[in-house]
Design a protein around this ligand. Sequence first.
Ligand SMILES: [Ca+2]
Ligand SMILES: [Ca+2]
Ligand SMILES: [Ca+2]
Ligand SMILES: [Ca+2]
Length: 338
Amino acid sequence: MNLWRIPLSEWETGHGEPELVKKLDYGGFSYDNSVTVTGDFGDITASDDGTADHVIWHKQPNGGVLLWGVGGGGDTTPQLWQDLRTGGWSYANSRPLAADVTGDGWDDLVVVHRNGSYDNIWIFPSDGHRLGAPQFWQYMFEESGSHLTMGDLDGDGVSELITSRGADFMGTTMSYSAYRLANRGGAYYYGNAVFQPVGGGGWSINGSRQLAGDVTGDGRADLVTVHAQPNGGILVWVHESCSTGSSLCLADPEIWQDLRTGGWSFAGSRQQLADSDGDGTEDLISIHSQSWNPGILVWRHLSVGGEFTDPGIIADLRTGGWTYSASREGVAHTYGTM
Ligand SMILES: [Ca+2]
Ligand SMILES: [Ca+2]
Ligand SMILES: [Ca+2]
Ligand SMILES: [Ca+2]
């Protein structure tokens, strides 16, 4: 597999142009047997230029995991950070996420590890150069099919874990929860959670995906839900964060973009959030498949006061060997920027 980066900010050199970070055609690296997570994990090498770091969470023949780190800049040789082939680690039962949960400005790795009917939450903290040994922070009781995303809902510099789940016994079609993660010595913790039911109206966990980022510019991450529509196309909803110091809160959803026409496809697209025009609000980035062409178009939808602007193409990857179905993406801040 190959690792690439595409600068999404129009202020960055090479905006919209793919740059090869590392060709991993050796050592047993396998696209199908790994998860790649992007973030700003630290100055990984002496020549790290602050561009996106990659973590490769890689399945091992015995079902365990090796954790590799790849820095930005001149030396992008993968570094083995953790050997998790023993100790009960399971690639199949784990979901890795990147976010700063320690508040030092460096992204950490958060791994939600299924253990029977509940999840263990493990943190691999960054020390500014690498990810350290896993720390068991707390339990979580969630359905195994819940969607997970990280975002700093209250703007205190520490990201929360946001879960989205389907129908429950209360008759809710979909609902969200948020957890402040902390090292509680393994104690089950549910305080400070926000429950935002989304009843009726055709909401579907399987027909939606969630992103967290500050699309309003107030410093608090909002929840963006991209939702499939029955007659094709997509609606983009925003639950603005109304969190205050002590409590987490998500406001009722508002439609920020109607993409039910124009050939937009939920199944044929993936989304990210990134500030593409440098105004301090996160913008929607769409990675879209092309009919009759295996390639990709990358669009940006700028956040402007309560809506996203009409999407514009920032990278045309319909030529050059790009394949929508054989690629995946993440977004990372470059070092020194928020
Ligand atoms: Ca951190
Ligand atoms: Ca927070
Ligand atoms: Ca916000
Ligand atoms: Ca923006």
